[in-house]
Design a protein around this ligand. Sequence first.
Ligand code: NI
Length: 395
Amino acid sequence: MGKLEADSLELEPKLIAIRRQLHQHPELSNEEFETTAAIRQWLEEAGIRIAKYPLPTGLIAELGSTETGGPVIALRADIDALPIQEETGLPFASVQEGKMHACGHDFHTASLLGAAFLLKQREAELKGKVRLIFQPAEEKATGAQQVLRSGALDGVHAVFGLHNKPDLPVGTVGIKSGALMAAADGFKIEVDGVGTHAAVPDAGIDPIVTAAHIVTALQSIVSRNVSPLDSAVVSVTQIHSGSSWNVIPDKAVMDGTLRTFDERVRKRVRERFAQVIDGVASALDTTARLHWIQGPPPVLNDPLLAGLGKQAAEAAGLEVVEPVPSSAGEDFAFYQQQVPGLFVFIGTSGTQEWHHPGFTLDEQALPYSARFLAQLALDALESEAIIRTGETAVV
Ligand code: NI
């Protein structure tokens, strides 16, 4: 057993205690004040310096120095919870009504703290600077942009992040080059109608019939306009219209989401959305408006960093597996638009998928994720390709 592995196992009880405290006191996006205070305290107790960036919630800390000319590596964890009522029955279940760490961001926070403690023990050996990003508001997909606006990614040569993965066993890590998670856009469609008696439809314009045709026609985009070798998801998830059985209403409103793994496909689908909605509404003698809610881009992993990640995983005693990409979104992708980045899935042997009220994970994964992040930082600081910044390939 290597020294890093032994040190991570020694930390396991502390990391479990940290994760349970966070789990019991979840806070929603942009409300992570107590979570931030707790992280600050754990870092300060370990003698890790807090960096000054203007973030109302969330926190940046640093280890090492660039005085020797070494690079800056960023490790990122998200810290927010979800508006879900927990149903796990765990002794450390959420005490906040209707709030739950149902995506395991408590695990991510504890993992990054674990990596910080391991790197603190090795601070004198660091060949550059490690910046620790405890990011708020991932669930609203706005936190990464807050961190970017704060300047905390300035000067960073490479950024690394992870997400727990319930369907991968503890001890494994899913690492892949290229697309790992989807661009997650939202849309709202307003269909105009003219209200009338349900028995006299010719005196008005029925927005419900138009909305139904639009839903059906939108499904043709994935099947007819996206290559079979690419992929996309179009889901209409809400339709609101009408309030009586015998009245044709004067409008219908629909919401939904688009998921894509490629910017080219994303652009094409969006163009077709506008054409299909206008065309169907026009054919049915009415108008409709599309409101696009631009979400995070796809998570696109740098090939060179994916290779570095695989080496670090093996050195840290994790088994590397090929992950199946997820059509969920992740605002880590905004960082990857700025600097080369790698996002990985850590196996947690969970029983439920992300965002489920019964979501759980196996805490034995904590020392694995902590030492993987620490090893990754140590290796990245010594990577010639990262040091020669600008030469790393961004996919
Ligand atoms: Ni998540």
